[in-house]
Design a protein around this ligand. Structure first.
Ligand SMILES: [Zn+2]
Ligand SMILES: [Zn+2]
Length: 386
């Protein structure tokens, strides 16, 4: 099972949404690490360290095991491989688009209105532009221009008790937009080909797509992932290697938001990105993010503010325990994983997917929450102890 941080508010949009990443992206290697040959059966993007090993388990998918005794307080891993992230729109003025810095709700000084992000410093703004490149700046500018023109957005999808769409419904929904997508793609491609006539039908397909409701946070998720893939073509396999969720959409509305976003993005993104704007790309992003994203929260107040979420592929290999021996902590765009207690060689390294508040829930409520959000029955020591 791969990691995700639970969060009730995450369910608003995030369950299936994704995020942006860092070009350097490879899973980071701890500075003290001795280079280690990657075992041949290890998935791309899995963490490698002399302190632990990723192994397949009969019941819990891939898991991380200590290969030596690890003293309490040891930093066992640092993940800087952010592949995609969503900064929820309501936090865009208060949270730095680059380092996720936050100052108790104060609006940040530097606002880059063309791309729709604010930054804590000029250095962060420059870094953001550098990492997103010209294509990223164009893509985010297109999204921002489009979103600003719309007065009405889809309402937030908060009803988490709706049935999740099954595999068949998901396939059908994507098939239903395939023909319109092809027309929009052809209309866009004709922009660069002299002599290709665009028919009325093509133009109508574009217009129709542009008039549909928008879901800006879903759009951010998709754009973040697509720009990241464009800039890091060799890293895509790290995302593909993550455990996938075949039913990642938490409601039919959520699924609809993705298929509409697909058409919107075909209509507005820079032409160079269009080959990547496919149903397959977007489905991969949703299905991998679903159980692998980490919440991006405020660092104070026990993380009470939920800004968005992101996918750090290497960090997804740590399984969950309700009594974890690894504590995780975010610093800027990196996650640090530290031994919270003495760990013996051979023990599994676990983090918790529960938020601060959820950790205090009773066993029954905790198990229910884990089942609902991550789809597994917790068999950790704390749950089994009764
Ligand atoms: Zn910053
Ligand atoms: Zn448990």
């Amino acid at each position: 099972m791969d990691a995700t941080e639970s969060d009730s508010s995450v369910l608003v949009a995030s369950d299936s949404v994704f995020s942006i990443s860092r070009p350097s992206s490879a899973s980071s290697i701890h500075p003290n690490d001795i280079p280690n040959d990657k075992p041949s059966d290890l998935p791309a993007g899995a963490p490698i360290s002399p302190l632990f090993q990723v192994r397949h388990t009969p019941t819990a998918g891939r898991a991380v095991f200590a290969t030596q005794d690890i003293p309490e307080g040891t930093i066992v891993w640092r993940s800087e491989d952010l592949s995609l992230s969503v900064l929820l729109r309501e936090y865009r003025r208060e949270v730095c688009g680059q380092c996720f810095g936050y100052d108790y709700g104060r609006d940040l000084d530097i606002r880059d209105k063309t791309v729709g992000f604010a930054f804590c410093s000029e250095a962060c703004q420059e870094k953001w532009r550098e990492e997103n490149g010209e294509i990223g700046v164009q893509a985010w500018t297109a999204v921002e221009t489009f979103v600003k023109k719309r007065s009405k957005e889809d309402s937030d999808m908060v009803d988490t008790d709706l049935p999740r769409p099954k595999v068949k419904e998901i396939q059908q929904a994507w098939e239903n937009v395939a023909a319109q997508a092809a027309l929009i793609r052809a209309a866009r491609e004709s922009e660069q080909t002299v002599g290709v006539a665009v028919t009325k039908q093509h133009k109508k397909a574009v217009q129709k797509a542009l008039q549909q409701n928008i879901t800006p946070d879903v759009m951010s998720f998709c754009v973040s992932g697509l720009v990241w893939r464009y800039l890091n073509p060799n890293q895509w396999e790290r995302v593909e290697a993550l455990a996938d969720d075949k039913t990642p959409y938490h409601s039919s509305d959520d699924l609809g938001a993705f298929t509409r976003t697909y058409l919107h993005l075909l209509a507005i993104l820079p032409l160079q990105l269009l080959p990547l704007v496919t149903a397959e790309s977007l489905i991969t992003l949703s299905s991998r993010d679903s159980h692998n994203s980490f919440g991006i929260r405020s660092l104070e107040d026990d993380g009470s503010e939920f800004f968005g979420y992101g996918c750090w592929p290497a960090a997804s290999y740590f399984n969950h325990s309700c009594g974890p021996n690894i504590e995780k902590r975010r610093e800027g765009r990196a996650w640090f994983f530290t031994a919270g207690k003495e760990i013996k060689a051979g023990q599994e390294l676990c983090i918790t997917y529960l938020s601060g508040e959820e950790r205090k829930l009773s066993r029954g409520k905790r198990m229910l929450r884990l089942k609902k959000t991550w789809g597994f029955d917790c068999g950790c020591e704390r749950c089994e102890a009764l």
